[in-house]
Design a protein around this ligand. Structure first.
Ligand SMILES: C[S@@+](CC[C@H](N)C(=O)[O-])C[C@H]1O[C@@H](n2cnc3c(N)ncnc32)[C@H](O)[C@@H]1O
Length: 193
C-alpha cells in the first residue's frame, strides 16, 4: 500500500481543513457536509451516509456537538431537546460503528463520555503549533494517540475569544489536521505493508 492508495473520508466538514491536509500528502480525500465546502476541493454536499460505504480506509468525523454538549443538559427537561440529544447521540454512534477500519470522531467534552465511553485523547491546537486554545476530544478506533509537536504552554486566547460566530469557531485546527494526516497515514502504511 502507498499514500495514493489511502482513501480518506472527512465527515461533517465544510472547511476542507482536514481533507486538504490528507490530500496534500497524496491520499484520495473527500470532505462531506450538508453545506457546500468553502474551499475548492473534493467535496460531497449531502448526507454522509450516502457515501460512507464507498470503500474508505480512514474516516475523520466532526459530528454536530450542540445537542451533545454538557451545558445543553440544563435545558434537557424540555422533551424536544431530549429527542434532539438522542438523535445527535445516534448520529455519533452510527459514524463510530461504520464499516471503516480506522476512525477518529472529534467532539468537545459532552454527554458521549457518559453515554458511550470516555474519549481516547484530549488535545489543544497549541499542542501542535496553532497558537490558540480549543479543547478537542478524540474518540479513536484502531488509531494511535497523536504525538504533540508544538508547545504545550497555554496561550492567552481561545477561539471563542477571537470569533463570536459558530461558523468560524467550529472550524478545525490546521495544525492538528496536519499531524492527523502525517502520523495516521504513517501508521496505516506500517500496518498494511
Ligand atoms: C460542528 S460542524 C463541523 C465543522 C468542521 N469542524 C469544519 O471545519 O468544517 C458540524 C457539521 O456537520 C454537518 N452535518 C450534520 N449532519 C450531517 C449529515 N447527515 N451529513 C453530513 N454532514 C452533516 C453540519 O452541516 C455541520 O457543518
Amino acid at each position: 500500500m502507498q499514500l495514493s492508495d489511502i482513501r480518506v473520508l472527512v465527515a461533517c466538514e465544510y472547511s476542507g481543513i482536514v481533507r486538504d491536509a490528507f490530500a496534500r500528502l497524496g491520499c484520495y480525500a473527500i470532505s462531506c457536509d450538508l453545506l457546500p465546502s468553502d474551499q475548492p476541493g473534493n467535496h460531497y454536499q449531502g448526507d454522509v451516509f450516502d457515501i460512507i460505504n464507498d470503500g474508505f480506509d480512514l474516516m475523520v468525523a466532526h459530528p454536530p456537538c450542540i445537542y451533545l454538549s454538557s451545558c445543553f443538559g440544563s435545558y434537557a427537561r424540555f422533551s424536544d431537546r431530549v429527542f434532539k440529544r438522542l438523535q445527535a447521540a445516534e448520529f455519533f454512534m452510527k459514524l463510530y460503528s461504520s464499516d471503516i477500519p480506522y476512525i477518529c470522531i472529534e467532539n468537545p467534552r459532552g454527554v458521549m463520555s457518559a453515554l458511550f465511553c470516555q474519549w481516547d485523547q484530549e488535545v489543544y491546537p497549541y499542542y501542535f503549533g496553532d497558537p490558540w486554545k480549543k479543547r478537542t476530544c478524540l474518540w479513536l478506533k484502531n488509531l494511535p494517540l497523536l504525538r504533540f509537536t508544538g508547545n504545550v504552554v497555554e496561550p492567552g486566547y481561545s477561539l471563542t475569544d477571537k470569533y463570536n460566530d459558530s461558523y468560524r469557531r467550529s472550524r478545525f485546527s490546521p495544525a492538528i489536521a496536519e499531524q492527523m494526516a502525517v502520523q495516521w497515514t504513517d501508521f496505516i502504511l506500517e500496518n498494511n505493508c
